[in-house]
Design a protein around this ligand. Sequence first.
Ligand SMILES: [Zn+2]
Length: 475
Amino acid sequence: MNIYNVIAIIAAYFAAWVAIDASLEAKFASITQHPARDCPVPPNDQAVQRLAQFLQFQTISDSHSDDHIKSGHHAAFTSLLAFLREQYPEVHSQLQVEEVGLGGWSRLITWQGSDPQLKPILYISHYDVVPVTPGTEQLWSHGPFNGSVADGFLWGRGALDVKLGVIGLLEAVTRLLARGWTPHRTIMLSFGHDEEVGGSGGAGEVAALLKTRGVQLECVVDEGGVVLLDGLKGLAAQPMALVGTAEKLYTSLHVDLVSPGGHSSMPPTDGSDIAGQAARLITRLNAHPFPARLREPLPSFLAAIAPYAPRIVRPLMAYSHIQPLSWVLAQLLVSSRTAVLDHVTAALKAAGVHGATLSISNASHIGPPGHVTASNTTYFEALRQAVQEHWRYADKAVAVAPFLMSGGTDSKHFADLTEHGILRFVPVSVNKTAGELGSVHSTNERMRVADVKLMVCTYARMMELMAGASGSPPS
Ligand SMILES: [Zn+2]
């Protein structure tokens, strides 16, 4: 069999994949939501009202200000923090609440466990939001800071990213306190005020504080993946809960080009002009993207969703970590490598651009794609169990899979402090096809009212399982 036969077989295989994709679409429509397990102490409608009010504070962060709070918005942060004290008196009286970060605007809350020898579990969220793009206010069905509850949704900036997490965690703790439950392992909550501008003044300072205290964390749970109601197009025709076990890093490069100069009436004809050099470099980079490779957590992600995928692609997904399947899949999926400088340097050479200098911008997070959290730990299992007990569809538990986050979160600041890694997930459902995921940082951000209860129950269950009261915590 020559290479052309191999290519033809692979092409036929994926053509079949694409063909059955259409039949999957019909199955999505029949999915309905059936919450399965009730909380021992379920949240009441107050939780929805609290979240609606919480969305009204215009807590917008800004990297250009000294304390990372946008000029004119300090009163909103002050009111928001007062609101939390007022609405969650048990948390503020029974747990240790510390003002941390630039200006003391972030919060570190510690719920002391009964066994001080055990490392704490940290849950992260943030209460800052991104601004509404000027001129788009009129496009919102309900004002971005009105906190409207309408048509089965809570509407507003922060409804998904991620004021819901702050309220969800505080509600969960309140309900566990009401039950007289005590964690075996210490539980910490870190609420940042500047995540949207990098988090250095909030979560970064919390991490630095924990470091000076010699605190090592057992596991970190942060925002990230959600329950995708409409599954994964072409791969899984059922709701999927995706848990971020790694973050895509990024880098910004400055390329300084040099030109001999001269009068614009006599531009050089040898291609040494700046525009010509830049054009050649961009064309070259565009034509030669980074080589694709399949690396963790992608093989784990594919293996986890394989049972829900069309039969024809299951073996390919289940064994994607093995060559040559790995190579085949890598050609189909977008991937990148960290040797950005090498790649751009080679492109400069190939484009005939000489004397240029490359430098990495300070805002970059370049490095080996390390810090991939294993998806076979007891903590991942605890999260999976908490999700599957509460999120069921058509009498089936929602599938839970690890995935690579394309965005950055505050958890990066804690990467060196955690033994069992970072799980990035918020228990909320999103219909991607309906544009709900696209509403994050955009227009008409909203979450399902029905999800508030599920979210609180899931967080409470996660805490029970991860910080176990029974004396047999996960190890
Ligand atoms: Zn966020």
